[in-house]
Design a protein around this ligand. Structure first.
Ligand SMILES: Cc1cc2nc3c(=O)[nH]c(=O)nc-3n(C[C@H](O)[C@H](O)[C@H](O)COP(=O)(O)OP(=O)(O)OC[C@H]3O[C@@H](n4cnc5c(N)ncnc54)[C@H](O)[C@@H]3O)c2cc1C
Length: 483
């Protein structure tokens, strides 16, 4: 009998029969996350309902030396929740209680399986919301958001998950339940845990900060003949001391795809469009709007549209939000890349990406969170043409090199997971990686918590990044937007 089988026999002491999955067909439901390219059937899946149950399962893993992986909703885009065939997958989907709402202190305490949007929905009537807004917010879990330090279009102004989580209860890789808080003196262990992609333990309770719903929101669309004009507008807006709630940009190819998919009716002849959203008190929004409109005109916008109603606002966002899925209309296969550059490097990096198209004979549609330099280049190719997949993959890797060369990063919000672990040595020296491992080892000396993720191992060196064909299933089902 294998070690995992012996461990599985003891799971019945902790969980009822319905909370342990060993049936091979049901196990396959969990064989990948949102990046379906990487797959592995888990050895066993557990569906705990409390921190105590998670702790007891993790203690068993520690005793038997069996690896474990946490999973929230499985929407991750870097293979972070990819299970281990020789390990336990701990799924938090039965831990969906909102435990406390404390409006005077602007806090909510939730279980890790609660979806991002459910928090905002629980406090909306009282004039509050939870600010980080990944496009998958309808379905992704707050535990997954913490592990990935997730962002969204409005994180430019409000900050990422790390700026909105003030406390975490977690199960350590030894199976102890501990609490971390932003009030703790000494090292910022809360900050270290957020974004650790499940490698330092499992979050079992999360205290989030609640924000006031803004009094006013204004959205405008500015059309430019080329991406340079849009880039200049972004720099000038931020340079003027204005921090919009969101600034999103699309290039000509992305606009073409969006028009083909949702007929968004963006201005004809646009080589780039900028979507700018301002929010806050009425007086501030009005004042900033006048400045943004002037800057867009001065930097070459040939048409500006302003949403006068919620419907018009949705119409402006429609093209932008559809862009990822829409490229399926103009290309049989594509790779969604996620990298970051300093805002000021955007024009140079975009020009270099343009040159890569010629060099590799592929097309790249650029859609990005322009305000914080988070690029999402969509590398398009035809997988029926021999060699194109390899070219797309090489171009995709070169885009990450460009991000690193310009002082940016190999990921903006989707995490490293299994997919990008092989790129870590391009960004960090061996000494850097060893230092990070020391942090990991301090939490998890046996290396049982989500092993094989974030850090490269020889086994992963030959693996290629995930390829997408058509619309992501979550987008297709209306459960998530990708933009
Ligand atoms: C259509 C679409 C749109 C998306 N848009 C965005 C976006 O705008 N911004 C963005 O940032 N991301 C986006 N994502 C990526 C994804 O939704 C986020 O990374 C999200 O935070 C993952 O949450 P999840 O619950 O699905 O986590 P999972 O995929 O289940 O897991 C992700 C990682 O978190 C770890 N983990 C899960 N739960 C816990 C826990 N309780 N404790 C410790 N570790 C845990 C897992 O081990 C894994 O490493 C998108 C994904 C899709 C499919």
């Amino acid at each position: 009998m294998s070690t995992l089988q012996r461990l599985t026999e003891r799971l019945g002491d902790i969980l009822d029969e319905g909370s342990v999955i060993t049936d091979p067909v049901r196990l396959r439901t969990y064989d990948c996350d949102g990046l379906t390219y990487h797959r592995a059937t888990p050895g066993v899946v557990v569906l705990p309902e409390s921190a105590e149950q998670i702790a007891a399962v993790v203690r068993l893993c520690d005793e038997y030396g069996v690896p474990f992986v946490a999973r929230g909703s499985g929407t991750g885009l870097s293979g972070g929740a990819l299970p281990r065939t020789d390990g336990v997958l701990i799924v938090t989907s039965r831990m969906r209680r909102i435990l406390e709402i404390d409006i005077p202190n602007r806090r909510a305490v939730v279980e890790p399986g609660v979806t991002n949007l459910a928090i905002s929905e629980a406090v909306r009537e009282r004039g509050y919301y939870y600010a980080p807004d990944p496009s998958s917010q309808q379905i992704c879990s707050i535990g997954g958001n913490v592990a990935e330090n997730s962002g969204g279009a409005h994180c430019l102004k409000y900050g990422f998950t790390v700026n909105h989580v003030v406390g975490i209860e977690l199960v350590t890789p030894q199976g102890e339940i501990v609490e971390l808080s932003d009030r703790d003196p000494g090292y910022d262990l809360l900050g270290a845990f957020i974004g650790s992609e499940g490698t330092l333990g499992i979050a079992t309770k999360i205290t989030v900060r609640l924000s006031r719903t803004p009094e006013a929101v204004t959205t405008l669309l500015a059309a430019f003949t080329g991406i340079e004009g849009g880039g200049r507008a972004v720099s000038a807006i931020i340079g003027a001391g204005i921090v919009p709630a969101a600034i999103e940009m699309m290039d000509a190819l992305a606009i073409e795809a969006a028009e083909a998919a949702v007929h968004c009716g963006y201005p004809e002849g646009a080589g780039a469009v900028l979507v700018v959203e301002l929010d806050g008190p009425h007086a501030e929004v009005d004042h900033q709007f006048a400045a943004v409109e002037r800057i867009c005109r001065e930097t070459g916008a040939f048409e500006i549209r302003v949403a006068a109603s919620a419907e018009e606002r949705a119409a402006i966002w429609k093209g932008r939000k559809s862009a990822f899925a829409a490229v399926g209309r103009i290309s049989p296969a594509y790779i969604v890349q996620d990298g970051v550059v300093p805002r000021t490097a955007l024009p140079e990096v975009l020009a270099a990406i343009d040159r890569l198209q010629e060099e590799f004979g592929i097309r790249v549609a650029n859609v990005f969170h322009a305000g914080d330099g988070n690029l999402h280049p969509l590398v398009l190719f035809d997988d029926t043409v021999p060699g194109q997949g390899e070219h797309a993959e090489a171009a995709s890797g070169r885009i990450l090199d460009l991000c690193i060369e310009h002082g940016g990063s190999i990921t903006g919000e989707h995490g490293v997971g299994v997919d990008k672990s092989r790129y870590m040595p391009r960004m960090f020296s061996e000494e850097d990686l060893d230092t990070m491992q020391l942090v990991r080892c301090a939490f998890d000396p046996k290396g049982l918590s989500n092993p094989g993720k974030v850090f490269p191992t020889p086994r992963l060196c030959g693996e290629v990044p995930g390829v997408r064909k058509g619309v992501h299933p979550l987008v297709e089902s209306g459960m998530a937007e990708q933009f």
